[in-house]
Design a protein around this ligand. Structure first.
Ligand code: GLU
Length: 551
């Protein structure tokens, strides 16, 4: 029996041939040199920062150069797939503002090179598998689990490398007639790649856009192309997909470097031009003076969910990832504050190959700048979105204008405050503005009795003029302090403490505690303006009661 017959027996229902698919998915009509990039996540329920990191590189590469960026779902591993993971993945990527031109999307999918879910592309894989089998480059392997174990034990005894290769590949040279007999008996099989004979001693050179020319040992393993259920492995599927989706650049993590030689072999065997591979470095973190890989188990910040839960602004995450992705970005940002990140000229050559150090503290610093640069309305809207996702009722109930006024405190000036970092932190920072969250967190200062605090609040309330500007308000506060026996300036009090009960800071501390429940807060006048007169008076009166002053 000839190879062609064996191929026909293995893939009887193959409709289209590889040649047909060439017409179905013709080369794209894009300007010369325009990259086609893809993000190809597996829906295992764990989307991580590495995905966004690679996606950002792919997105920039495509969009900066007139190309396009697509989303392909690599769902060939049914066992590891979590229900709803595809939708969660699409949603998580959307949160980070990654723009896909084509591919899987929340409402079905878009584009002429689909389907974009691997499970729906079996026809393509089988056409490619058939072509390889016809040429004797792939063969059915009937190895049972026990047989594989026997091979392994024999390899261990002989001190040979493990795997299914060369003389150890038991079914590699099974006569086609014998293969037919087994197939007709319905024996389960996988389809294996027949690695070139000469591979054992050979090397392969691949030019990686991040790492330059890589000389790697050629692959000698007869890897599995199709599993026993007919579903392809990643190695095989991505080769077929990157070819027929006309992907020009494959950005992926460096964990794929060891399988690069087999991918190179598959592309060569099919006479397809491989994409330019760009293996991005691992995300590392400092620990105990050394660097280590970010781990799913130990580092909550690896999971994308973390950023949504905590309420990191997507711009901050993108901005930060760009600083670790492209050397020179930070300097560019300093020189171009306020310019859109897309103006930066991103390049694969600026990706460092030796590991990207991820530092949450640095992200926090960037977040502060991002919030400082946002319009208060934008911050308010962002907080509401976060509150919706996290069901933070106090924020949800607050009118947009109130949130905007709060977000505007200290942020409309040339040197805006930089104390907003992420949703959860901002909420706890501003929670006192919401009546249902207000708490008298800090006690009165030691030198202040409840009765004296009550007296101050009574007078302050009586004199309170909500319409006063900041200067007028402060002048009135000073008058009140002085009339009550407090020094107008702390330094006067320091010089002659016997003359005073304290200084103006003690008086404002009482008012601050009444309004915010805290001994530290942003500017009092601004707080009052944001809160509105009614709330201010209510807080002052309630505090007066709390401190035991006249009711
Ligand atoms: N499905 C693979 C993964 O999630 C994709 C690797 C690639 O981008 O080619 O790691």
């Amino acid at each position: 029996m000839e190879q062609a017959e064996l191929a026909a027996l293995l893939f009887p229902k193959t409709g289209k041939t590889l040649a047909d698919y060439e017409t179905v998915y013709p080369p794209r009509r894009l300007p010369p040199g325009a990259p086609v990039t893809r993000l190809a996540p597996s829906p295992t329920g764990f989307i991580h920062l590495g995905n966004v990191y690679g996606a950002l590189a792919s997105e920039r590469l495509a969009h900066q150069n007139g190309g396009l960026f697509l989303l392909r779902i690599e769902d060939t591993d049914e066992k590891r797939e979590k229900p709803g993971a595809v939708e969660a993945l699409i949603e998580a990527l959307a949160y980070f503002g990654l723009r896909f031109d084509e591919g899987a999307a929340a409402a079905g999918e878009r584009g002429a090179y689909g389907p974009y879910r691997q499970r729906e592309r079996v026809g393509l894989y089988h056409a490619a598998a058939r072509a390889l089998t016809e040429r004797g480059l792939a063969y059915p392997c009937f190895c049972s689990e026990e047989e594989l174990q026997e091979i392994r034990a024999a390899q261990a005894a002989a001190g040979a490398n493990f795997g299914y290769y060369g003389a150890w590949a038991k079914y590699r040279d099974l006569p086609p007639a014998e293969a037919r007999r087994r197939l007709e008996r319905g024996e389960p099989f996988v389809l294996r790649w027949r690695a070139p004979e000469a591979a054992a001693a050979a090397t392969v050179t691949v030019t990686d856009a991040v790492r330059g020319a890589l000389v790697l040992p050629a692959n000698e393993q007869d890897i599995v192309l199709l599993k026993s259920n007919g579903v392809p492995t990643y190695h095989f599927a991505h080769v077929v997909d990157d070819h027929f989706m006309r992907v020009t650049h494959a950005v992926r993590g460096e964990e794929w470097l060891p399988s690069l030689p087999v991918h190179a072999q598959l592309f060569a065997a099919l006479a397809w031009e491989p994409p330019v591979y760009c293996h991005t470095p691992l995300l590392l973190k400092m620990e105990g003076g050394g660097k280590r890989k970010l781990s799913k188990r130990k580092d909550p910040e690896l999971a994308l969910d973390f950023y949504r839960r905590e309420g990191y602004h997507p711009l901050a995450v993108r901005e930060y990832l760009m600083t670790i992705l492209n050397s020179g970005y930070e300097e560019w940002r300093l020189a171009h504050p306020g310019t859109d990140m897309e103006e930066f000229s991103f390049s694969l050559a600026k990706i460092g190959a030796s590991g990207a150090l991820f530092d949450l503290q640095k992200l926090n610093d960037i977040s502060k700048n991002v919030f400082a640069a946002l319009a208060p309305e934008e911050t308010a809207d962002f907080l509401r979105q976060w509150a919706e996702a996290m069901s933070v009722s106090a924020l949800l109930k607050a009118p947009r204008e109130y949130l905007t006024a709060i977000a505007a405190i200290g942020r409309r000036e040339a040197n805006p405050r930089k104390d907003f970092i992420y949703g959860a932190q901002i909420f706890s920072f501003i929670s006192f503005f919401f009546d249902e969250c207000f708490q008298a967190e800090d006690p009165l200062p030691d030198n202040m009795t409840g009765a004296e605090a009550g007296r101050i609040l009574t007078e302050y309330l009586a004199a309170y003029d909500h319409a006063a500007g900041k200067d007028g308000w402060f002048a009135a506060l000073k008058r009140l302090a002085v009339a009550g026996g407090y020094a107008e300036k702390p330094k006067d009090y320091k010089k002659q403490p016997e003359l005073y009960k304290g200084h103006i800071g003690d008086v404002s501390a009482v008012i601050r505690l009444a309004l915010s429940g805290r001994k530290n807060s942003p500017d009092l006048w601004e707080i009052q303006q944001a809160m509105g007169e009614q709330r201010v008076r209510g807080r002052l009166a309630a505090a007066r009661q709390r401190y035991g002053g006249p009711g």
